[in-house]
Design a binder for this molecule. Structure first.
Ligand code: GDP
Length: 403
């Protein structure tokens, strides 16, 4: 079955998951895909059947070596997850993936907090101006503590962590969160995520933390400050809008918590991706090396950046981020880096463990294409009549390619 990739750009989120090895990136990704209905078989990391790690070398080694892009749909939004390796030896690949992201989730272990590797990936994301939200994972583990994880974030990564949840229960008894923006509780029991009133015994603590959140946001956001001063409190609507603005400008970083081991434990994370992280229209336009902007407009001349090349049974798959224009099946495009024209013979949307063939991909999309023979990570594919080489935002040096 053929389909168009016709999602409106405002409802697209291109994001990566950044983490220290073992923080739970694979498990969190897998749970997100599962909740968003994109997976058919449910995998666990330890038996080597998770969805994002579909390369056999990865399965053998049990670490995420090669980036893969996977799409899923949540609350009317298309979420394209670009897998970024966490292992420090593969930082070139981390860097290449960062160039095509509009936003990221940084996952931390609730026991270990910020670790050296997470710090170096965080700095790289700073360099590329990637807006982030934080997910403190594994709150079910013995010794996990949200407050000390947040303190290590404040000390080592960002001066303004904005904690939007209060955990319900500790360690083994971790059973949900209070959403401090809406002041509702979300409890995951069995397979359900039940929303309800804030439990009586947590009400005082939740109000205290909500106040701290309001103070932190008011300090950074003019409109929120106005409401804060007028009192008695900032509305959920203004608070949500302020958190979105602060995330997108990098002035603050929203912190959520949970456990990928709880069935619906990453549902609020998916909601936060939609609410706070930017769409392709909310980030600065990509520029060519000539300095001219390439708007995220399907009607503009084509400009796409390759960030990953894989040899698979389907053929040579080149993963591209389309920045400008529309790429159609059968089109002849210019590989501006190699100076040769190529035919796009197939366009594939990668959903978990299957590929769906589509007729076209428009600005903002991330797809895999078959046809280009010389494209490498960092190659620009463009309309032959409008040649250009893309200059990724923040890129100070040339892309390092692998053969
Ligand atoms: P990655 O290296 O960051 O991709 O981490 P993985 O997803 O492979 O997780 C590392 C280990 O932590 C695996 O054994 C997971 O089963 C385990 N893990 C992941 N999430 C959680 C969690 O929320 N709670 C607990 N207790 N363990 C987790």
């Amino acid at each position: 079955m053929r389909a168009h990739l016709s999602t409106s750009l405002t409802t697209v989120r291109n994001l990566g998951i950044l983490a220290h090895v073992d923080a739970g990136k694979t498990t969190v990704t897998e749970r997100m895909l599962f909740l968003a209905g994109a997976t058919y078989k449910r995998g666990e990391v330890h038996d080597g059947t998770t969805v994002t790690d579909f390369d056999s070398q990865e399965r053998d080694r049990g670490i995420t070596i090669f980036a893969a892009a996977v799409s899923c749909d949540w609350a009317g939004h298309r979420i394209n997850l670009i897998d970024t390796p966490g292992h420090v030896d593969f930082s070139d690949e981390v860097e290449r993936s960062l160039r095509v992201l509009d936003g990221a989730i940084a996952v931390f272990d609730g026991v270990a907090g910020v670790e050296p590797q997470s710090e170096s990936v965080w700095r790289l994301a700073d360099r590329y101006g990637v807006p982030r939200i934080v997910f403190v994972n594994k709150l079910d583990r013995a010794g996990a503590d949200l407050d000390s994880a947040v303190e290590s974030i404040r000390r080592r990564l960002h001066p303004a962590p904005l904690v939007v949840q209060l955990p319900i229960g500790r360690e083994d008894g971790f059973a949900g969160v209070v959403d401090l923006v809406r002041m509702r509780s979300l409890a995951w029991t069995g397979g359900a995520c039940e929303e309800g009133e804030v439990p009586e015994e947590l009400r005082e603590e939740a109000l205290r933390r909500r106040r701290l959140l309001e103070e932190a946001v008011a300090e950074l956001h003019a409109e929120a400050l106005e409401e804060f001063c007028a009192g008695p409190s900032i509305s959920a609507r203004t608070l949500g809008a302020a958190l979105r603005d602060l995330t997108r400008t990098g002035a603050g970083v929203v912190v959520l918590c949970g456990s990928a081991y709880r069935d619906r434990g990453v549902e609020p994370l998916l909601d936060a991706v939609v609410a706070y992280l930017p769409s392709p229209l909310d980030v600065p336009a990509m520029r060519g090396q000539d300095g001219a902007e390439r708007p995220a407009d399907p009607a503009a001349p084509l400009a796409a950046l390759a960030f990953k090349v894989n040899s698979t049974a389907t053929g040579r798959l080149t993963y591209v981020r389309v920045y400008s224009g529309t790429m159609r099946k059968g089109d002849t495009v210019l590989d501006a880096s190699a100076g040769r024209t190529e035919r796009i013979s197939r366009i594939l949307r990668v959903q978990a463990d299957r590929h769906t063939e589509v007729d076209r991909a428009v600005a903002g999309d991330i797809v895999a294409v078959v046809g280009p023979k010389a494209a490498r990570p960092g190659t620009t594919l463009c309309a032959p009549g409008s040649p250009l080489v893309l200059e990724p935002p923040g890129a100070a040096d040339p892309v390092v390619s692998v053969a």
